[in-house]
Design a protein around this ligand. Structure first.
Ligand SMILES: *Cc1c(COP(=O)(O)O)cnc(C)c1O
Length: 363
């Protein structure tokens, strides 16, 4: 943990330091036998072709800089999503893409808007890039209220499905927000869209101010390679590239470019793996309900659950002691919830059986 310095300890040069309160990432424990359901990673390996290619990778090529345009990856994505390569931008995870997009598109003096309960990196980037921001409260059922996004603003960003609630907004809601915001950039963060959501990608044709951001970290089982991308109008992507090439030309390393492109090519594997996670999620919903949990109807690879009697923090700690890791935030509105990533069927069985035993003490 970083220590926050007291005022009187600040020496002169420190006055010129860009001071920010960093994002707190989910912990990455590595214990034998642990069940890791805290950062929404995929429980299955990437496509078999990725392993084959990784095994015969030519390390001699590491001598050279990678392609600054990441053309193999960009082309694979353009082909898969039926857009032009000029409409695709890739980065080091979607966090990199999002941060770059904030820096590129949110330069107005009016506040950017995002939900009060959402991905907690947005306010960190706003702070880092000195972007004024305002949050719009989700309604009681955790849905976005599109009318909140009719106020004057410098841009809009929200995930769909939202995190950490898992709730999906309809494309009608997304378009309603777009229609009200033709004069700013609207970013839809689709990190979880492959688990049963509907992508706003078709709207890119009609809205040149819409940027769709996705990631290989969740549905494509490649969090460790750090691959994210976005799709938008050629104009938007052009501006993003101008900023990227003014910041760091070689963001994407060679293995990520090659292996990422291979993952995109194996669509059958991708569909099977995501379908399996969705099936497990739906089964686990029923079992959690029986144990006294309630939750918004997740369309993501996690469930955001609250127990009718047992405090979330207590369950979180008990699970942790049993080497079952889930995510908990002691924050307004969500301090009674646990975000539980969908793992393999076997991992979820172990979670459920632990919770069954644990809940017995309370009945
Ligand atoms: C996980 C996540 C991301 C970032 O993922 P990367 O690993 O950086 O690609 C972005 N947005 C949301 C909502 C996420 O949950």
């Amino acid at each position: 943990m970083r220590k926050h310095r007291k005022k009187e300890d600040i020496v002169s040069w420190e006055e010129n330091v860009r001071k920010v309160v960093p994002y707190v990432a989910g912990e990455q424990p590595n214990k034998p036998g642990m069940i890791k359901l805290n950062t929404n990673e995929c429980p299955y390996p990437p496509a078999p072709g990725v392993e084959r290619l990784a095994a015969k990778m030519d390390c001699g090529a590491f001598r050279l800089y990678p392609d600054p345009d990441a053309a193999v990856l960009v082309d694979a994505l353009a082909k898969y999503y039926h857009v032009k390569p000029e409409q695709v931008f890739v980065g080091v995870g979607s966090d990199d893409v999002l941060s770059m997009a904030f820096m590129t598109f949110f330069n107005g003096s009016k506040p950017i808007l995002f939900p009060d309960v959402t991905y907690s990196f947005y306010d960190v980037w706003a702070d880092l890039h000195r972007i004024p921001c305002r949050t719009c409260p989700l309604d009681e059922d955790w849905h976005i209220r599109p009318e909140d996004y009719r106020q004057p603003n410098g841009g809009v960003v929200f995930p769909n499905p939202n995190a950490p609630t898992g709730l999906l907004e309809s494309l009608d809601t997304v378009e309603e927000i777009l229609r009200a915001n033709r004069d700013v950039v609207v970013i839809v963060d689709e990190a979880y869209v492959d688990f049963g959501g509907k992508s706003a990608l078709p709207l890119v044709e009609r809205y040149d101010n819409l940027l769709i951001v996705q990631t290989f970290s969740k549905s494509r089982a490649m969090a460790g390679l750090r691959i994210g991308f976005c799709i938008g109008s050629e104009k938007l992507i052009g501006y993003l590239n101008d900023v990227k090439f003014s910041f760091n030309s070689y963001t994407m390393n060679l293995p990520s470019q090659i292996l990422g492109a291979e993952a995109v090519r194996d669509d059958a594997y991708f569909r099977a793996a995501t379908a399996k996670i969705v099936a497990t999620r739906e089964r686990v919903k029923g079992e959690l309900r029986e144990l006294g949990f309630s939750f918004p109807d997740s369309k993501a690879n996690f469930i955001f659950a609250s127990h009718e009697v047992i405090p979330a923090r207590q369950i979180f700690q008990a699970l942790r002691e049993a080497d079952i890791y889930v995510r908990y935030w002691n924050k307004p509105r969500i301090s009674e919830f646990l975000r539980i990533t969908i793992g393999t069927d076997e991992q979820m069985d172990r979670l459920i059986s632990f919770l069954k035993d644990y809940a017995k003490r309370y009945w």
